[in-house]
Design a protein around this ligand. Structure first.
Ligand SMILES: *[C@@H]1O[C@H](CO)[C@@H](O)[C@H](O)[C@H]1NC(C)=O
Ligand SMILES: *[C@@H]1O[C@H](CO)[C@@H](O)[C@H](O)[C@H]1NC(C)=O
Ligand SMILES: *[C@@H]1O[C@H](CO)[C@@H](O)[C@H](O)[C@H]1NC(C)=O
Ligand SMILES: *[C@@H]1O[C@H](CO)[C@@H](O)[C@H](O)[C@H]1NC(C)=O
Ligand SMILES: *[C@@H]1O[C@H](CO)[C@@H](O)[C@H](O)[C@H]1NC(C)=O
Ligand SMILES: CC(=O)N[C@H]1CO[C@H](CO)[C@@H](O)[C@@H]1O
Length: 505
């Protein structure tokens, strides 16, 4: 390559457009997991042997999968069983959210299965890419089906009976909300119904609606302040990248893309998890009074996002994501693998009016910098996310969103007895099913701080409010109304299950 070309490419790196984020629900769950034990219905671990590969006729390997049961409210022997699906994080117990109110009301047992690979349910001792080949939503759904049969069988043994089925209802939020909908779709004979809260059932490659929703949730003043902040940070990144990263407590993020990704996520979290004013009030104030917006945003990021919300900066560090050792933080790598192979949800800046950085029209390409062993710099055209996928997992990893949507149906999912719920301020709702169809009602919970999974968790969601107490949602009534719909639907499905003579049809 000619030197001049190299130089211009090198320059472009500094101003190239890195975009997109993915908020990993696991970080939220991680926080919930570290709450005090009163925040759990139970933390008592139970184990059973699960099949490693449900789709191979010749591979019979197994691994031990962790689960929990909570029987205090169970109406013995024929009460319903609520299967609360654990998603993309370590599952350290059954959190005491609104599901426990429902369990009390319906006399239900609550059980929860840890998602394969996460937490203590890893089939392998290291998470090298080759070992991740059995990590998929399809295998996870089959795990749930096998677990459901296993648990029903062991309950029957405990109750000294056989060939009896309790009515099962599945629950989940976010990715586990999608699993909840998909479980009912794929195994309708194993469950009477499903609650799919903020369920991301649509795999999306170019997820521009996400950023648009942030603008809408922020409102005009906060949106303008955020956009101006983005512009200023972009400029500082060119003039003094080390200083600006240090200002945000993110000096360890050598990759500019990782840094911008982190900054975008920090803002998203405020809206997604029901705490918009913590971000918007100081930012709008700073803009009004002519204070430094970057400093105001840095305070929010350090005090709230890295501070009380508790996100670890290494979550955004690709060096960390490459680590194949099993650890407390493995969920970051594992979820990226699922993103990079199945669902994408790549949150890119819309062409116009974006919140996140998009100052250079390089939507289709970014430039990446590769250090080889000899410290030779190579350049190539790529996209931030795909580059990350390749860097972290190796060549050939690509999210086939079309295949995923063919398999499950996306928003055209042809299921039944699934309730979809979404929060009005949640950017993820654009990957959910937002319109009702026969036998699959969809409800939106509208309020100033109604976000991801508000029906089950209330707002804000960190710290977890016991039993999903909704008193701090700006409209508790809006939450209550949707909860009433959920109750009516569960009631209906349970009676239909009973009427059918068999416990489920
Ligand atoms: C799973 O299977 C292994 C090998 O048969 C056995 O040693 C182990 O106790 C089993 N674990 C559980 C929880 O049943
Ligand atoms: C289980 O039920 C059988 C048949 O009804 C009865 O003979 C047996 O004693 C019961 N066992 C226990 C432990 O309750
Ligand atoms: C995503 O957007 C890019 C740029 O506009 C376009 O080239 C690509 O085809 C899109 N991909 C999908 C799967 O929609
Ligand atoms: C870009 O966004 C601005 C602000 O929302 C709007 O006024 C303008 O019409 C948009 N331009 C295009 C080309 O869509
Ligand atoms: C609601 O907010 C108040 C004031 O911040 C706080 O003291 C209280 O614990 C919150 N309640 C719930 C259920 O989160
Ligand atoms: C059921 C429901 O209220 N759906 C709404 C969810 O949000 C979308 C987009 O804002 C509306 O078009 C739906 O009517």
């Amino acid at each position: 390559m000619k030197v001049s070309l190299l130089l211009s490419l090198f320059f472009l790196i500094f101003i190239s457009h890195y975009y997109g984020i993915i908020i990993v629900e696991s970080r939220m769950l991680h926080l919930m997991n570290h709450g005090s034990s009163s925040k759990y219905l139970t933390k008592q671990e139970l184990w059973f042997n699960q099949t490693l590969d449900h789709f191979s006729p010749i591979d019979h390997r197994q691994f031990e999968q962790r689960y929990y049961e909570f029987l205090d409210y169970f109406r013995v022997p024929d009460g319903p069983i609520f299967l609360k699906i654990c998603g993309e994080s370590s599952c350290n117990g059954i959190p005491n959210d609104y599901t426990s109110v429902l369990a009390k009301k319906f006399g239900a047992a609550v059980v929860s299965l840890e998602h394969r690979y996460y937490g203590k349910s890893s089939p392998f001792k290291t998470l090298a890419t080759g070992n991740l080949k059995y990590l998929s939503s399809k295998q996870a759904l089959f795990d749930l089906a096998v677990f459901r049969e296993y648990y029903q069988g062991s309950l029957n043994t405990k109750l000294n009976r056989s060939n009896v089925d309790n009515p099962w209802i599945v629950f989940g939020v976010s990715y586990s909300g999608a699993l909840s909908a998909w479980f009912r779709l794929k195994f309708p004979h194993l469950t009477c119904g499903s609650l799919a809260s903020s369920a991301v059932v649509l795999a999306v490659y170019n997820f521009t609606d996400f950023d648009k929703q942030i603008g809408e949730s922020a409102g005009p003043d906060c949106k303008a302040a955020l956009q101006e902040t983005t512009k200023l940070v972009d400029e500082k990144l060119v003039s003094d990248r080390t200083a600006v990263k240090t200002l945000f407590g993110a000096a360890e993020l050598k990759n500019d893309g990782d840094f911008l990704y982190f900054l975008a996520d920090a803002a998203v979290t405020a809206f997604q998890y029901g705490n918009p004013d913590v971000l918007c009030t100081p930012l709008v104030e700073a803009k009004k009074t002519g204070k430094n917006l970057v400093d105001a945003y840095a305070s929010y990021v350090k005090d709230y996002y890295l501070g009380s919300f508790g996100v670890g900066i290494q979550t955004y560090n690709q060096q960390h994501l490459k680590s194949t050792a099993l650890s407390e933080d493995s969920a970051d790598r594992l979820w990226w693998f699922q993103v990079c192979t199945e669902v994408a949800y790549f949150q890119i800046a819309p062409l116009n009016d974006s919140i996140r950085s998009s100052k250079v029209d390089t939507r289709h390409f970014c430039l990446s910098l590769i250090h080889t062993r000899n410290l030779i710099l190579l350049f190539q055209f790529c996209r931030y996310h795909l580059d990350l996928c390749k860097n972290v997992f190796g060549e050939g990893i690509y999210p086939d969103v079309d295949a995923t949507n063919i398999y499950y149906g996306g928003t055209k999912i042809a299921g039944s007895k699934i309730v979809f719920t979404n929060g009005s301020q949640d950017p993820w709702r654009h990957a959910s099913k937002q319109t009702s169809s026969p036998d699959m009602p969809s409800y939106i919970i509208s309020c100033h701080n109604c976000g991801h999974g508000t029906d089950l968790r209330g707002c804000p969601q960190a710290p977890l409010s016991l039993e999903g107490n909704a008193q701090n949602c700006s409209s508790p009534d809006a939450v209550q109304k949707v909860r009433q719909q959920i109750i009516e639907n569960i009631d209906l499905w349970l009676s239909e299950c009973q009427d059918s003579g068999r416990s489920y049809i």
